[in-house]
Design a protein around this ligand. Sequence first.
Ligand SMILES: Nc1ncnc2c1ncn2[C@@H]1O[C@H](COP(=O)(O)OP(=O)(O)O)[C@@H](O)[C@H]1O
Ligand SMILES: [Mg+2]
Length: 316
Amino acid sequence: MSENLDNPQRDHQEEWGEETSGLIEDDDQRPALSAEDGSGEPRASDGDHDHAQRTSSSASEASPNEPVLMATAPDTALASVSQPGPKGYAVRVVNLQKHYQLGGETVKALRGVSFDVPVGDYIAIMGPSGSGKSTLLNLLGCLDRPTSGNFFLGADDIAQMSDDQLSEIRASRIGFVFQSYNLIQQLTVVENIEVPLYYRGNITATDHKRALDLAGMVGLESRLDHRPMQLSGGQQQRAAIARSLINDPYFMLADEPTGNLDSVTTKTILDLLQKLNNQGKTIIMVTHEDDVAEQSKRIIRLKDGQIQVDKRIRPL
Ligand SMILES: Nc1ncnc2c1ncn2[C@@H]1O[C@H](COP(=O)(O)OP(=O)(O)O)[C@@H](O)[C@H]1O
Ligand SMILES: [Mg+2]
């Protein structure tokens, strides 16, 4: 899945029309291949994921083979104790540790990370290179399991799950948005939006309608039959955002979602994320950029595998 960086049709400076039926309208001048009415709202999140009892928020350094049961929090670890939103928590992580074995050495990529994510939160994860952002994102995305600690998604402790269960959750309950969009080049916009549904089986008429609605919601109702090559970077990212929502995920996990975009397009994507968050979507985003992070409601800054700062900058 390439990034189409050389695609001459990619117009970096997107123009935007007034808001209409969807969240945003695509004001692109290219002729539309399809003009079906795809506007509409996605179904609301059922959102009631508040089951996990909070346990310890302590952090520790443990030797790699030693289970971490009790430990004291280092000064720098400001474990978040957020109040649950009216709909409970989307995610809670407790004392997450991730150690990698590298040539006989143990790399402690995460050294006791604890935080709660109430439904409706919008978190920017920041930190210098090597601080553990990607490692944390891999855990949150169920791409990997922690060395120790707990990761509650609803009532389920992901840390205890089998690989098959992790794959199932990854496909059905988490919405991924990547820096390089990761759309399938051979598929149209609407087909790309439907991709996560294939993991569940057949796509029903209701599913298809939902994909059309999501395309409309991100302003791509006149681009339904376009393939990624025919879209600008911003449009591709909007398709990817719609795809991330097709399963009504517990949360959206965005890894540098504006990292490949110019500043004008970045703003349109951030506006879209903000509107989705205003509708109740929970967003966890990794970013290097302060001005991107400032669009969120809460900044978690990692340093050396620990939370250095967990600061709410907007109310839930
Ligand atoms: N698969 C791996 N094997 C060994 N060490 C790793 C692996 N992945 C990450 N690390 C190490 O873990 C630490 C955190 O890395 P990472 O999570 O990629 O940080 P960031 O995304 O903030 O740059 C770094 O020291 C990195 O070298
Ligand atoms: Mg990284």
